[in-house]
Ligand binder design. Structure first.
Ligand code: CA
Length: 185
């Protein structure tokens, strides 16, 4: 069973709970946030492996939240909108979200698309050299890309500077190419 952590940002609680129930049945750990302006501080404190991000949110729109997230994180993001026209507009902006889901949707479709985005993000991560130190794996050419087990470390954001330092000295880290942490998604 995988234990990737999904943050569901959705102000309609019934929809959020539906996402949570289906994702949990697929083995994900799920947290729910109802406000856009709480997402960035939550992610800095408690990293997730993917965000399911509704566009219309109280506090801060999904679009604003996404732009802010991208200033410090490459966390895979599925944007959820209520209008197909919104998807066209967002694609036109080349916002760069990993996937766009339009309401209404079937919960099982959402689970399938979450898995697809996680698979893609792992595949991207596997390109180029990897560094590994204990349970942490990262791509030195793309420090924001931390895959699988690494993002489940509660202090992964604090671990990264230490790994940067080790990268320079070469101590305790070895370049590897592997997809083992992507198995089971
Ligand atoms: Ca909403």
């Amino acid at each position: 069973m995988n234990q990737e952590r999904i943050l569901v940002v959705e102000d309609e609680l019934k929809i959020a709970e539906l996402h949570r129930d289906y994702l949990e049945q697929s083995g994900f750990q799920v947290s729910i946030l109802e406000r856009g302006d709480e997402v960035v501080s939550r992610i800095k404190k408690e990293p997730a492996d993917l965000i399911l991000l509704d566009l219309m949110l109280p506090g801060k729109s999904g679009e604003e939240v996404y732009r802010k997230l991208r200033t410090f994180s490459n966390i895979p993001t599925n944007m959820v909108t209520a209008k197909t026209e919104e998807i066209d507009r967002l694609l036109g902006l080349e916002l760069g979200a990993d996937d766009y889901i339009c309401k209404p949707f079937s919960p099982s479709e959402v689970v399938a698309r979450v898995k697809a985005v996680l698979r893609r993000s792992c595949a991207t991560f596997n390109e180029g050299p990897w560094l590994t130190g204990g349970p942490i794996r990262l791509n030195p050419e793309n420090p924001g890309s931390i895959c699988g087990a690494a993002t489940r470390q509660p202090h992964s954001q604090r671990v990264w500077p230490a790994l940067s330092h080790d990268e320079k000295t070469g101590e305790g880290l070895q370049p590897v190419r592997t997809s083992e942490h992507c198995a089971g998604i």
